[in-house]
Design a protein around this ligand. Structure first.
Ligand SMILES: *[C@@H]1O[C@H](CO)[C@@H](O)[C@H](O)[C@H]1NC(C)=O
Ligand SMILES: *[C@@H]1O[C@H](CO)[C@@H](O)[C@H](O)[C@H]1NC(C)=O
Ligand SMILES: *[C@@H]1O[C@H](CO)[C@@H](O)[C@H](O)[C@H]1NC(C)=O
Ligand SMILES: *[C@@H]1O[C@H](CO)[C@@H](O)[C@H](O)[C@H]1NC(C)=O
Ligand SMILES: *[C@@H]1O[C@H](CO)[C@@H](O)[C@H](O)[C@H]1NC(C)=O
Length: 563
């Protein structure tokens, strides 16, 4: 009786919503009113393109983000513009310098007194492309999964400045507070969440940062920021294909001196007394034309002695980081997309030359590395190839060897180092390796960079992957094909594990009896890493010790040198 009354009330409510297109979710925040959009299809409220800072334009260009100065009402019904980006998959979207916005996606109809867990996604794209508005990072599915799991969450995606506009660095910029602007954008967005998320029904004390690639490195740097000062901006972190360890020896402002000099030469600012001020006055089209060249690129954060206070591997080792529960994840064949980007690699000397230039390892370090990664090492594992290997044909006889080296240096050694440091310091940490090859990818291409994402976002309709260096492989239906059902099951497990982590601080809490248990990362022997796969093996746990000697060699070098 009661339930049928409830049902008819519910359908009445449904009818009312359908009848009038008037349901506009409205939230009152410090900066005014935010009017979002109700999605009847998902029963969610979308607040899209909400500004979290003053536009970084005009005299605000090349300065840290400024808090919004005047109260106003925001229409947040359509997704905002992407920040200007400087590689391939950015150019199909509307872009603007005025781009410091975020999206808030929440289940509709929640009581204003609820305090839901919050997950903030920081996108990747090598600090030069990407946006929270990219449909690959559509938060709807994950929020929907959280409702089905019985622990609804609020999902947030943030934009930050890219390329030269966000990461300009040089001798001249050093000491001006204008370094690492992209990181400062992200941090102001986190402060915005602290001050405003309660108005959306969120809990500012239960905020997880999660991000991929450059977004993962960013999160790592927030965890280490100001030598690990805890500003209470987040209570958990998750890094996918990235860690606080730079993808190379730690860069400093002067690392980008040549790029800066090129920029000021191209824009007529070479002789200005204050070249940075001069750059603020250059029309954006002219500035973009200069940034948008090989010489004009700024591609990472730098050690500024303050925000990025020190060398990340040393900070981790000495406990100078915010000690919160963490998940680190990578795909199995991280380096496979990247190794194809430069030239062919047929000979020992070619591989050696690349590694030498990239790592600045001393000669004896390289000798040892070449021994530990002999030509017989191949990423992906050729035992699994069912088609002829085109990798060696197209990219060189030693392509698969370089893929192993690059993937380990850039992603996997940093992840293992991070997990081991946290475990040694008794900070809860879990580790994931995904080994799924999406539909439409040949075996020899493998489980490349960024493949974990659709399994985490439960985005079964994703369109493409950035497999490295702007080389976007667009396949028609990466989550479809003969394995579609298995992909869906894995995405269900993956996304719900994330939800459990966001909501309960533990990806295994409340798991289904038939789900594989997540084991915490620990030192010493024993299985400590969860592998996400489909097929007969499915999801399982393993010891995180593959290529142990080679990766240990890299981890030793992190400390000796300055990764
Ligand atoms: C706008 O919001 C930010 C972040 O919550 C806050 O710091 C700032 O003071 C607000 N500005 C106004 C004019 O209310
Ligand atoms: C996410 O994608 C679904 C399916 O295309 C769409 O219905 C939904 O509106 C999208 N969500 C957002 C926040 O754009
Ligand atoms: C960069 O150059 C490409 C190729 O010429 C062009 O399509 C794109 O619009 C340019 N981007 C910017 C931000 O100038
Ligand atoms: C790939 O090869 C490994 C052994 O090298 C094997 O354990 C695994 O099952 C294979 N995976 C697939 C998908 O065939
Ligand atoms: C998937 O994408 C297609 C085309 O982009 C769209 O027609 C379809 O509704 C989407 N399906 C889901 C479940 O999002």
């Amino acid at each position: 009786m009661k339930s049928s009354l409830l049902l008819s009330l519910l359908s009445l409510a449904g009818a009312l919503v359908e009848a009038g297109p008037v349901h506009t979710p409205k939230v009152y925040i410090r900066n005014g009113t935010v009017s979002g959009r109700y999605s009847p299809e998902w029963h969610q409220d979308f607040f899209l393109g909400v500004p979290y800072a003053e536009p970084p334009t005009g005299n605000n260009r090349f300065r840290p983000p400024q808090h919004i100065k005047t109260k106003r009402n925001f229409e947040a019904k359509e997704r905002g513009k992407f920040c200007w980006g400087y590689r391939g998959d950015q150019w199909q979207y509307p872009q603007s310098e005025d781009c410091l916005t975020l999206n808030v996606i929440r289940p509709a109809g929640i009581s204003p007194h609820r305090k839901l867990p919050v997950a903030i996604f920081i996108h990747g794209g090598g600090f030069t492309i990407g946006s929270a508005h990219d449909p690959r990072y559509n938060m709807t599915f994950l929020v929907d999964q959280s409702v089905k799991e019985g622990t609804p969450i609020i999902g947030i995606g943030i934009n930050y400045r890219l390329g030269g506009l966000g990461w300009i660095a040089s001798r001249q910029v050093a000491g001006t507070k204008n370094l690492n602007l992209g990181l400062k954008d992200q941090r102001v967005a986190m402060q915005w969440v602290q001050e405003n998320i309660r108005a959306f029904g969120g809990d500012p004390q239960k905020v997880t940062l999660f991000g991929a690639s450059a977004g993962a490195l960013s999160i790592g740097l927030h965890q280490l920021a100001y030598n690990g000062r805890d500003d209470k901006l987040f209570s958990q972190v998750m890094m996918i294909s990235g860690s606080p360890i730079f993808f190379r020896p730690s860069p400093f402002p002067e690392t980008f001196q040549a790029n800066y000099d090129y920029l000021i030469t191209q824009t007529g600012c070479l002789d200005a007394t204050d070249s940075l001020q001069c750059l603020r006055e250059v029309p954006i089209e002219q500035l973009n034309a200069a940034i948008n060249t090989t010489q004009g690129q700024f591609t990472t954060a730098v050690v500024d002695g303050e925000f990025v206070a020190g060398i990340p591997s040393q900070n981790l080792k000495h406990g100078r980081f915010v000690k919160v529960p963490a998940i680190v994840a990578s795909s199995t064949d991280e380096g496979a997309g990247y190794a194809r980007m430069v030239q062919r690699y047929d000979t020992d000397a070619q591989v050696r030359g690349y590694v030498e230039g990239y790592t600045q390892y001393k000669p004896h370090m390289i000798d040892r590395l070449m021994e530990l990664y002999p030509p017989s090492i191949s990423i992906p594992d050729p035992a699994n190839f069912t088609q002829p290997d085109q990798g060696s044909v197209l990219f060189g006889a030693q392509y698969h060897r370089l893929a192993a080296i690059l993937g380990d240096i850039w992603f996997i050694a940093g992840k293992r180092y991070y997990a081991r440091q946290l475990a040694a310091q008794n900070v809860p940490v879990w580790s994931v390796r995904t080994r799924v090859v999406p539909n439409g990818y040949a075996d020899w291409v493998g489980s490349v960079h960024s493949t974990p994402l659709p399994f985490m976002f439960y985005n079964l309709n994703t369109t493409s992957f950035d497999i490295g260096a702007g080389d976007v492989k667009v396949v028609p239906d990466p989550m479809g094909g003969p394995n579609a059902l298995a992909f869906k099951e894995l995405a269900n497990f993956g996304s719900r594990s994330l939800v459990r982590f966001f909501a309960r601080g533990d990806p295994a809490a409340g798991r289904k009896p038939w789900d594989v248990n997540w084991v915490k990362y620990k030192h010493g022997s024993g299985k400590n890493q969860i592998v996400w796969d489909i097929g007969p093996g499915g999801v399982y746990v393993e010891k995180d010790t593959f290529r142990e000697e080679g990766i240990q060699h890299m981890m030793d070098y992190f400390l000796q040198s300055a990764f």
